[in-house]
Design a protein around this ligand. Structure first.
Ligand SMILES: NC(=O)c1ccc[n+]([C@@H]2O[C@H](COP(=O)([O-])OP(=O)(O)OC[C@H]3O[C@@H](n4cnc5c(N)ncnc54)[C@H](O)[C@@H]3O)[C@@H](O)[C@H]2O)c1
Length: 339
């Protein structure tokens, strides 16, 4: 009898995480393992790091678009859910190679969704993005705001959201599309963090300047219609995003959902630099560069639906905490997972 209960828990708790060796994926795998889930990570290590996968999780190195590999993984044991992080995610690169981006990301997602349907995995959580939304003229972006993807990357994510819509209608696969705004920070104990090549996110670049790895930060435009003229974004701590993935599993019983994952507060580039100077205790030189095409002045989520429907609460929401945890990671690992 005792043994039956133990087996039952293992079966109910298995989660397949594609892209689990990457930045957001690895923090989520860590949270899942700590919460008692049995986790299998599928990652081709194109951007991810073996060392980012907790030892409690199984790592399978391979491509999320490899249907026969997915079949092998999903027949090994019953899975409760798939969390699909694996994707190319450089917006600028997607503007240069749109067919590659949309092709790869949509094809891989299609394979994972098909495999989930075939193997009767009941729940699917997608890493979607704020990049699917039309410019909001500075208003908070709700789940029902107008969709008009700002790049082939965003368009591909929206196509995957639509695949999931029909996978539910036709096969009953319940899904959550989590539209992250800007993931930031690192695990508070300093063992996991952000390590992208190339790095395009603001906070790690600011910290590279603080470490002397870059001479200055380029600020793309200081003449926007915002209080200090620089762009405003909604930063969400990566551990809070991880927590959102666990929370949504409970609502995926009889319906599919889509949530904006943001704090509802925006910070300008200038405010990020000022806060970083306080955290690291040194000046961060900046250089003003021309605006980048397609950068909206303000991109801030109305994240109330996620909070109300799942009980999610961002716990590490202050800008200083996000920067301080990222700084701790960068100080301990100045060359990322290689150090
Ligand atoms: N970081 C953000 O601020 C942010 C914002 C919005 C959405 N997202 C989305 O969240 C997800 C995770 O973002 P991240 O910042 O952790 O990215 P990341 O690049 O750190 O992680 C992606 C992981 O997927 C793996 N991967 C990529 N293509 C693969 C494939 N075909 N098969 C197997 N593995 C593959 C990479 O090796 C990497 O480990 C992505 O889907 C991204 O588009 C991220």
């Amino acid at each position: 009898m005792v043994q039956r209960v133990r087996v039952q828990m293992t079966v109910d708790n298995a989660i397949l995480v594609t892209g689990g060796a990457g930045y957001v994926g690895s923090h989520t795998v860590d949270a899942l393992c700590r919460a008692g889930y049995t986790v299998t990570v599928l990652d081709n290590l194109s951007q991810g790091h073996r060392a980012a996968v907790p030892t409690a999780a199984e790592l399978v190195v391979g491509d999320a678009g490899d249907r026969s590999l997915l079949d092998r993984i999903l027949t090994a044991r019953p899975y409760q859910a798939v969390m699909h992080f694996a994707a190319r995610s450089l917006v600028g690169e997607s503007m240069r190679t749109p067919t590659l981006y949309m092709g790869d990301n949509v094809q891989a997602a299609q394979a994972v969704i098909d495999a989930a349907i075939t193997h009767r995995v009941g729940k699917f959580v997608l890493s979607s993005t704020a990049n699917i939304f039309a410019s909001s003229d500075g208003k908070l972006i709700t789940e029902d705001s107008a969709i008009d993807p700002g790049s082939p990357y965003g368009e591909g994510k929206y196509m995957v959201e639509r695949l999931l819509h029909w996978a539910d209608r036709c096969h009953g696969l319940r899904s959550a599309a989590l539209r992250y705004f800007n993931a930031a920070g690192a695990h508070p104990d300093g063992h996991l963090g952000e390590d992208h090549q190339p790095e395009t996110h603001l906070i790690p670049i600011v910290l590279d300047v603080a470490l002397g790895k870059r001479p200055h930060l380029q600020i793309f435009g200081n003449d926007y219609n915002t209080p200090d003229g620089t762009c405003i974004r909604d930063y969400v701590h990566v551990c809070d995003i991880a927590e959102a993935h666990i929370k949504v599993l409970d609502v995926l019983v009889d319906r599919s959902v889509r949530y904006n994952v943001g704090t509802g507060s925006g910070y300008s580039v200038r405010q990020v630099v000022d806060a970083a100077e306080k955290v690291v205790g040194r000046a961060i030189p900046v250089q003003i560069a021309p605006r980048r095409a397609g950068d909206p002045p303000v991109l801030v989520a109305d994240g109330r639906r996620l909070r109300h429907e799942t009980g999610w609460q961002p716990r590490l929401a202050s800008l200083e905490t996000m920067i301080a945890t990222a700084w701790e990671w960068r100080r301990r690992h100045p060359d990322g997972y290689c150090t």
